[in-house]
Design a protein around this ligand. Structure first.
Ligand SMILES: *[C@@H]1O[C@H](CO)[C@@H](O)[C@H](O)[C@H]1NC(C)=O
Ligand SMILES: *[C@@H]1O[C@H](CO)[C@@H](O)[C@H](O)[C@H]1NC(C)=O
Ligand SMILES: *[C@@H]1O[C@H](CO)[C@@H](O)[C@H](O)[C@H]1NC(C)=O
Ligand SMILES: *[C@@H]1O[C@H](CO)[C@@H](O)[C@H](O)[C@H]1NC(C)=O
Length: 487
């Protein structure tokens, strides 16, 4: 009984204080680094949607403009990247190297340098290894609340309790935690305490369920999620991708060339000059570590750290390009297999929408009103590429940095933490289904589709992607066609 009381208290306190702290945010513009919009996949979602800085729960319902008042949303698939995370072990080692240089070798009069040398502490430790941070937990909770405001008939308490909202996640801890956070955003919103209780108290709650009026809560509190790496980490399972791109240095020669090229060398030399150290001590990896230290300190701790002083916007654009180049050749248009690896997810999404369309046509209950799929930037980018988004007329290379200044392939815009692709299927009467795509809660149009409206007919979308729908077989695409054995 004592255990029960103790756990109940812990539960109650966590619940109450968590709710308050998550829903009150303040932000001062002056605390945003000028280079924050160039942080690639280490950028904040707020930089992509600045209106969220004022109100993190704001939604703009007028982005959904159905062609007729008759339109009724019947299904939503949300493919979501995990929230803000700690750096990986590899990043942390590079940061440590940079920190040692600044601490022991750098000299100068700048006050921020003095601050780095005397006050800043290397608080990142290798065991943090990419785990979700508290900011990431909040991001997914807030996203869940905003989506429930945007799609009130789909992301509703009734649909959640009825089991019409499905969750699928990558097995990585940051994704599982993001999925749990998204769910918590909804259960906290609707005050579904029973679920939290059953997790915290397990068998005790099951016992109490049989006695108390909360019984109905306990009966349907299992909002389970499925771990599915075949879908959410297809890039690990696609042999041809792994062999030909991921483990193949010659697949990213453009990236290496750019890192050794004049634009990048200039950035490294500027840093070395500022710190008063030999050019040779600021390698590409060290420069990148400084850039991402600024990014991590901002994303994780919401501070504009002294590390940011090492860069002006021109430098930031060069490092941003180096990273975009890498994504382009490893996950984007650089190699055909990058996007083909996502065929399995593509078919999963479309077969679910087809099933929904059929159930709707037959007047049946749509069994999967919402599907939330949580993965990685590496999950979203190949799929966006397969669908043809952000396809510039010229490929990104080591020699066309200037010409690519206005490229659409910009991971800082596409893939911040908690990035999401939303596909909303609506029934607009008379058998007309329409499909609206949104990226990071903003309307986008399917590239190449003649109908440029934000809500094209579903059958036109199917026609547009018919080659992929009829082909794009994961097993076939990902098979490694071995060269005849050498003698
Ligand atoms: C809301 O979205 C509409 C349509 O995209 C846009 O015209 C309007 O400016 C947006 N309003 C706000 C406050 O962002
Ligand atoms: C993530 O989940 C693990 C256990 O699965 C837990 O130990 C950790 O505290 C969680 N982190 C966050 C930020 O929720
Ligand atoms: C830093 O200075 C020490 C000697 O003071 C030297 O041994 C070391 O190589 C220097 N490191 C770099 C990266 O310049
Ligand atoms: C991307 O653009 C190139 C060049 O314009 C084109 O050949 C290619 O088919 C496009 N890819 C997709 C997936 O739309």
């Amino acid at each position: 009984m004592l255990t029960f009381l103790w756990k109940f208290t812990v539960f109650y306190v966590c619940y109450t204080s968590g709710f308050l702290s998550n829903y009150v945010t303040f932000e001062d513009e002056a605390n945003i680094p000028a280079i924050a919009k160039y942080f690639n996949t280490k950028g904040r979602y707020e930089e992509v949607n600045p209106y969220l800085r004022e109100d993190i729960l704001a939604v703009n319902r007028s982005i959904l403009q159905p062609p007729s008042a008759e339109c009724r949303q019947i299904h939503l698939t949300a493919i979501i990247r995990h929230g803000t995370r700690y750096p990986t072990t590899k990043n942390i080692k590079e940061m440590q190297q940079l920190y040692n240089i600044v601490l022991h070798n750098a000299s100068g009069e700048q006050s921020w340098l003095h601050e780095l040398q005397t006050q800043w502490r290397m608080w990142y430790t290798e065991d943090m290894d990419g785990r979700l941070v508290q900011k990431g937990v909040n991001e997914l909770k807030h996203l869940a609340v905003r989506l429930s405001k945007l799609f009130p008939s789909l992301i509703s308490e009734e649909k959640l309790r009825g089991g019409f909202i499905k969750f699928i996640t990558s097995s990585k801890h940051r994704c599982v935690n993001s999925t749990l956070s998204f769910k918590a955003g909804l259960t906290e919103l609707w005050d579904i305490k029973g679920m939290t209780m059953i997790i915290m108290m397990g068998p005790l709650c099951i016992a109490c369920c049989s006695l108390l009026p909360v019984a109905f809560l306990c009966a349907d509190v299992e909002f389970d999620h499925a771990v599915n790496d075949a879908l959410m980490r297809f890039f690990d399972k696609c042999t041809r991708f792994v062999e030909e791109v991921d483990n193949n240095p010659s697949a990213v020669t453009e990236v290496e060339k750019f890192k050794e090229g004049p634009e990048m060398r200039r950035v490294q030399q500027k840093i070395a000059d500022i710190l008063n150290v030999p050019y040779s001590s600021i390698t590409y990896d060290v420069a990148e570590a400084a850039f991402y230290l600024c990014a991590y300190e901002f994303a994780i701790r919401s501070v504009k750290s002294p590390w940011c002083e090492l860069f002006d916007e021109d430098d930031a654009k060069v490092i941003e390009y180096a990273s975009d180049l890498r994504e382009f050749w490893k996950r984007g248009y650089g190699h055909d297999i990058n996007s083909k690896a996502s065929c399995i997810l593509f078919h999963d999404v479309f077969s679910r929408m087809d099933k929904t369309a059929t159930q709707n046509k037959l007047g049946q209950q749509v069994t999967e009103a919402v599907t939330v799929q949580v993965g990685h930037a590496d999950t979203l980018l190949p799929l966006l590429t397969l669908l043809g988004f952000f396809n510039d007329s010229e490929p990104l290379t080591s020699t066309n940095y200037a010409a690519q200044a206005h490229r659409s392939f910009r991971t800082s815009h596409m893939l911040p933490y908690a990035a999401n692709l939303l596909l909303v299927l609506s029934d607009c009467g008379g058998g007309d289904l329409r499909l609206q795509p949104l990226l990071n809660e903003k309307p986008v149009t399917f590239p190449g589709l003649t109908d440029r409206s934000s809500m094209p007919l579903y059958r036109d979308v199917l026609e547009h992607y018919k080659d992929l729908l009829q082909g794009c077989d994961f097993e076939t695409e990902c098979q490694l066609f071995k060269q005849p054995a050498e003698v």
